[in-house]
Write a protein that binds this ligand. Structure first.
Ligand code: PDD
Length: 278
């Protein structure tokens, strides 16, 4: 694989970053994951807009401009012959002697790499996934896409130990989001319910598009928190992210949702989303 590191395209074995990089020492870094379908980048503008928001919240500089970022994405697709998969991008504050205070004048770091992966027709989209609830113990600025992923990673492992595929995190009795995706249910009346935007969740780029497409298809949406009990009694459930698009959730803490198979609305939204993203 050819990866991008601070201005250079190099084989992954040759990629080097400093051990003093604050991304490595302190998770002082933000990231984006963008999907690629048929060799084309999906939702680039949305991901770049959120990257700028994350950078601004942490008073971090963008290492290159947006045109250069787009070109790097395209060049990585070309060099790796990527037709389907994801592109990971990370901006770090840079390397400096270890100090809690932000360094003056550190050069921001930029790395990108591709991951080939079946996105359009993965097996999980046919079967749906099972989720287990895990307490949400993350920090209070989940709207900033930082590389502090230790807790979501632990949450996913706790869910795996319980025999599930992913975690849905719960705070004060209400579902916040999945370990790396936004969470939704469909009520008996057919209303799509998903938590409203705040600092409690990541503002998903897929979420914004799915809600827009759902509204265009005359579906009814309520943006509010929902409980686990409401989710278990729902007609359908699903998650969204750039890496899974719309993924049906068929079981929550061992309780089947609806028929225990992917629901019609989730399946339809998945189709609509993929058609629009292409
Ligand atoms: N995760 N919520 C969290 C906590 C996430 O980490 C993500 C994305 C999402 C969905 O955001 P989007 O629709 O913009 O991908 C929601 C990426 C895919 C990851 O960490 O791999």
């Amino acid at each position: 694989r050819i990866v991008y590191v601070n201005g250079a395209y190099v084989p992954e074995e040759e990629a080097r970053v400093s051990i003093f990089d604050r991304g490595f020492l302190m998770a002082d870094a933000v990231y984006e994951v963008t999907s690629v379908l048929d060799g084309r980048i999906c939702e680039f503008e949305g991901h770049v807009a959120r990257l700028h928001r994350s950078l601004a919240e942490l008073k971090m500089a963008a290492p290159v401009d947006d045109a250069a970022l787009l070109e790097i994405h395209r060049e990585l697709i070309r060099r790796n012959d990527l037709t389907e998969g994801t592109i990971y991008l990370q901006v770090t504050r840079g390397a400096a002697d270890r100090d809690f205070a932000w360094p003056e004048g550190a050069e921001p770091g930029l790395v990108l790499f591709t991951q080939a992966k079946a996105l359009e027709t993965p097996k999980a989209a046919e079967t749906g996934i099972r989720v287990a609830s895990v307490e949400d113990l993350r920090w209070g600025r989940r709207d900033i896409k930082t590389t502090q992923l230790l807790y979501p990673s632990l949450a996913k492992m706790i869910a795996r130990e319980k025999g599930a595929d992913d975690a849905w995190m719960v705070e004060d009795g209400y579902v916040t989001e999945g370990s790396s995706n936004n969470a939704y249910i469909v009520t008996g009346a057919g209303t799509i319910v998903t938590r409203q935007l705040s600092n409690d969740i990541l503002h998903g780029i897929t979420r914004a598009s799915v809600l827009r497409l759902a509204r265009e298809a005359q579906m009814v949406i309520e943006e509010r928190p929902f409980t686990l009990a409401e989710a278990q009694a729902a007609k359908e459930a699903f998650s969204t992210a750039a890496s899974i698009f719309v993924m049906p959730v068929v079981e929550i803490d061992g309780v089947p949702v609806g028929e225990g198979t992917p629901g019609p609305l989730a399946k339809r939204l998945r189709e609509i989303y993929i058609a629009a993203a292409k």
